[in-house]
Write a protein of this length. Structure first.
Length: 94
């Protein structure tokens, strides 16, 4: 049975909301056989990467552009609660 893991880490205030670090972590974990719950991938579904706020990681600006933080946090909570584990990355490659 494949185990699932949620990636946690800093997003707000990082250029591109730190998506590159989240996708790198996802690739590494998938290579080890994990089913990965990646909040950056979920945010791409919400077109966050198309927003002006994406360049700077400005959360307040993303809300003004229509990003639904409540829905995002609900998704995050569900994956943390129902997944087999979580991993926190610092966003600096460590």
């Amino acid at each position: 049975m494949v185990k699932s893991i949620y990636i946690a880490g800093p997003m707000t205030g990082f250029p591109e909301f730190n998506f590159p670090a989240f996708f790198a972590a996802q690739a590494e974990l998938e290579a080890k056989g994990w089913q990965v719950f990646n909040p950056a991938a979920k945010d791409v579904e919400a077109d966050v990467h198309q927003m002006d706020a994406y360049k700077t990681g400005d959360a307040a600006a993303s809300i003004k552009e229509g990003f639904d933080f409540r829905a995002a946090f609900m998704w995050d909570c569900d994956k943390v609660i129902n997944g087999d584990g979580s991993i926190i990355h610092t966003g600096d490659g460590k």
